[in-house]
Ligand binder design. Structure first.
Ligand SMILES: Cc1cc2nc3c(=O)[nH]c(=O)nc-3n(C[C@H](O)[C@H](O)[C@H](O)COP(=O)(O)OP(=O)(O)OC[C@H]3O[C@@H](n4cnc5c(N)ncnc54)[C@H](O)[C@@H]3O)c2cc1C
Length: 468
């Protein structure tokens, strides 16, 4: 006869069990916060443990030069309806990303203006279009949330995005442009990313244009008070159900339910939702050990390298020159820029992304050097006025120990086919959430919210089945 949970607890030498709840959620990013909120709405008892001294995870904002700055996730687009619904429910308003005027590109030593998403590349543009079309076609063949079932899954997973581009004789220009997109989207180089993952991710986002565009795409809007405000409002609703500065160290799932250990004690729950990035699952000790493929997943689905730099100016001076603030550069370190000025343009804000090879070096520099290099990138695109901000701020996600990088996991070749299913496959009382586990907009704020909703629904259904 199997032991009951209470018998098992009495037989351990661990500290006294503090509480007994229906569900413990681990990680107060948007995924964990959403899961906890939904479970409370379903009428369950919940505890949410967060390792850091704040909520929000990769949704983090700060104030600089008198304006809200998003140091992590910023943009949302029209098909990202779950993050938008959540923001609406907690009263955080959005506004359109500034998108008027010409974009600029610094490419092969020259600086040019252009309009639309695709820069002017002369004859090379035809090849860029061909490659985009081919990638979109492949993306459509990947079943959402089940990439291992794709018709050419093994072949695609054996290739990196970079080797796929080579095999398909992409021109240098097409390769370099895809590399820019890869650095911003996954924080890695095309040679480091599984082609199966890239295609699946693009399908989840509704195609390359939907993923990369400003108007009509994923960069269409951002939040007036910053993304962090959404997390803070949800946390305020949850009140003392959220415990900060409390990393979960261990999950014992050897009996019915689970016992979760933190430095502050133990809590017992009937279900556990782990809402941390895949690579961070390894920081938790599981008893009994998880089957090897779960362990391999968390070893091999490492986070990308993407950071952000912001310069705040008295006004968005580039607008006077008919520029949108959107720029591309093959020089770096800031290789993609946006105008992130407040809605009333009371200040001018330039946002630069620094990722992939540029991010690897930049993350090791001290603040004065990072500032100098980021401003030099802005000046390279928008002129010397960019060297005179009233404030500067940046964020290195690689130095956030409870995130380990950004914007999302960047799995290499050979790691999707064998391991992707263990992103979501529940084991015993343990369920998995976090943006990487979503079957739509994985890697984005929207994917985080969707995964929180899905895991809460599943835990609720299981609890209903096992209700006494
Ligand atoms: C630079 C950057 C730019 C981005 N830009 C965009 C964008 O413009 N638009 C967009 O949609 N998305 C963007 N993203 C991605 C977006 O921010 C993330 O997809 C989303 O915030 C992830 O939420 P999450 O809840 O899944 O994970 P996280 O936010 O990582 O939350 C996980 C939480 O778990 C906690 N944790 C980890 N281990 C433990 C433990 N053992 N015990 C307890 N707690 C633990 C962490 O501290 C963290 O709070 C960006 C991300 C970055 C870094």
């Amino acid at each position: 006869m199997s032991q009951t949970t209470s018998e098992r607890i009495q037989s351990t030498s661990s500290p006294v069990i503090e509480t007994d709840v229906d569900v413990i959620v681990i990680g107060a990013g948007l995924a964990g916060l959403t899961a906890a909120r939904r479970l409370v709405q379903f009428g369950h008892t919940v505890r949410l443990f967060e390792a850091d001294d704040r909520v929000g995870g990769r949704a983090l904002s700060a104030e600089a030069g008198g304006v809200h700055i998003d140091l992590g996730g910023t943009f949302v687009g029209r098909t990202q309806d779950r993050i938008m619904a959540l923001a609406d429910e907690v009263g955080v308003r959005r506004y359109a990303t500034y998108d008027s005027g010409d974009n600029v590109i610094r490419w092969r030593q020259s600086l040019r203006r252009y309009s639309g998403t695709v820069p002017p590349m002369g004859a090379a543009l035809l090849d860029v279009g061909r490659i985009q079309l081919q990638i979109n076609r492949i993306a459509e063949t990947i079943p959402l949330g089940r990439p291992w079932e794709a018709p050419r899954a093994a072949e695609l997973d054996s290739l990196s995005l970079g080797s796929w581009l080579e095999r398909n004789r992409a021109s240098h220009t097409a390769r370099d442009l895809i590399a820019l997109a890869c650095r911003t989207t996954w924080g890695c180089e095309p040679s480091e990313l599984s082609m199966l993952h890239a295609a699946h991710y693009i399908h989840q986002a509704g195609g390359l244009a939907s993923m990369l565009d400003t108007a009509g795409g994923a960069q269409e809007e951002h939040f007036v008070e910053g993304t962090h405000a959404v997390a803070l409002r949800v946390a305020a609703e949850l009140g003392d159900l959220v415990t900060l500065s409390t990393p979960v160290r261990k999950i014992d799932w050897s009996g019915p339910g689970a016992i979760v250990t933190t430095d502050k004690g133990q809590t017992r729950a009937r279900q556990v939702i782990v809402a941390v990035p895949p690579a961070l699952r390894r920081r938790i000790e599981f008893t009994p050990l998880l089957p090897p493929r779960y362990e391999q997943l968390s070893q091999r689905w490492a986070q990308g390298v993407l950071s952000k730099a912001y310069a705040i100016y008295e006004e968005p001076f580039w607008r006077r020159n008919g520029l949108s603030g959107q720029g591309l550069s093959d020089r770096g370190p800031a290789f993609i820029t946006f105008d992130a000025s407040p809605e009333d343009a009371s200040r001018g804000v330039l946002l630069g992304f620094i990722g992939g090879i540029f991010g690897q070096e930049w993350d090791h520099l001290d603040e004065p050097e990072r500032r100098a290099r980021a401003l030099a990138s802005f000046a390279d695109l928008f002129g010397p006025a960019a060297l005179r901000p009233i404030a500067y701020i940046d964020q290195r996600w690689g130095s956030e120990i409870w995130t380990g990088g950004g914007p999302t996991a960047a799995p290499g070749p050979g790691t999707v086919l064998p391991y992707a299913r263990y992103l979501t496959e529940p084991i015993g009382p343990i369920r998995w959430a976090g943006t990487e586990t979503s079957d739509r907009w994985s890697g984005f704020l929207d994917g985080a919210v969707r995964s929180g909703e899905r895991s809460a629904r599943d835990a609720h259904a299981t609890l209903a089945l096992t209700a006494h």
